[in-house]
Design a protein around this ligand. Sequence first.
Ligand code: NDP
Ligand code: ZN
Length: 365
Amino acid sequence: MLLKMNLQEAKEGKRISAKGFAVRDKNDTFKPFDFTRHAMGQNDVLIEILYAGICHSDIHSARSEWHPGIYPMVPGHEIAGRIVAAGDKVSKFKVGDYAGVGCMVNSCGQCRACKESMEQFCENGKLVFTYDCKDCFHNDEPTYGGYSNNIVVNEHFALKVPQDAPLEKVAPLLCAGITTYSPLKFSKVGKGMKVGIAGFGGLGVMALKYAKLFGAEVSIFARNRNKEQAAIELGASNLYTIDKLDSIKERFDFIISTIPTRYDPMRYVNLLRYGGDFAIVGLPPENATIKTDMTRLVFSPNRRVYGSLIGGIKETQEMLDFSLKHGIYPEIEMITPNDINLAYDNLTDGKAKFRYVVDMSKLEG
Ligand code: NDP
Ligand code: ZN
């Protein structure tokens, strides 16, 4: 019914009606929300959303933990679905194909970063995030994410997904997958290297799977031992609890922090060997960020500390193809849209396992 209406709207060049779940302010809970998306352009595809992963960034955003959010807000940037309409100039997709959308839906396409497919660093400031962002290509209207039944996106920002892929597991690759794959590649993690993963949730488990496949020996740093068995079963050698960090004797070539709460990064920098890399991807709330005295870095023997933001479209496609080829998928629990509020509570109270994926086909039920 809804789909039929969308197809008619697409054909007539009208705005696309959409249904989703939104919060109206930072203290709100998710409730059904009807809205419209911009009309399809010649390079746009209309995707029927089938699955949407819940990333901890969705929680930070919905609760205005980084900056004041744009409300009503429909989060969701781990999107997997099916192409239902394609603009005249679309060449990458045809109707019926599977597709994914991650954290970005547009950028200038002209600057050096965009030309090198590092769109997340668009130098003209025209990066458009999938939600909680003003879309400078569409009169600054707010973008709405994947907790909804459809999305209209420039084909460049849609990823190709083969027809035999397990779509519900593909969704979290679009953020959790690329955000961990990219720094592991950047730091050339490989055979025999010692890797540490701080924060063992949706991103952490992906980092473990990629690092193992690249041949590394992996340790987990966690708040408690709740997921120790899962960590060992998935190939980790050790799980250290964070109260013991300062007494750990081994040294690491690479540590990635996916921690979403207040912590002291230097405690991890100190665990690196000479020349090791510390990649930060976790984004604690603005009021929970610990400022580091640079002098502590000067006296830390040539260890490199860097931040990493998702990955470009080219690398995201590479990561998707690589993950599917090697059967690297997230650990997921399926939920319905009505369970999003509970999932948020669990993810903040330490009761979640790894990744919740919302079955968007249950939206109307
Ligand atoms: P999850 O909630 O799925 O996982 C976070 C994990 O960190 C949980 O296992 C949690 O433990 C653990 N944790 C929390 N506090 C600490 C602590 N102080 N020390 C050690 N472990 C801790 O979140 P995601 O994996 O989805 O996201 C993680 C972070 O990465 C978020 O801040 C998110 O915004 C950010 N992010 C950044 C991106 C980027 O491009 N840089 C992209 C995507 C996400 P427990 O199991 O006990 O709850
Ligand atoms: Zn994310």
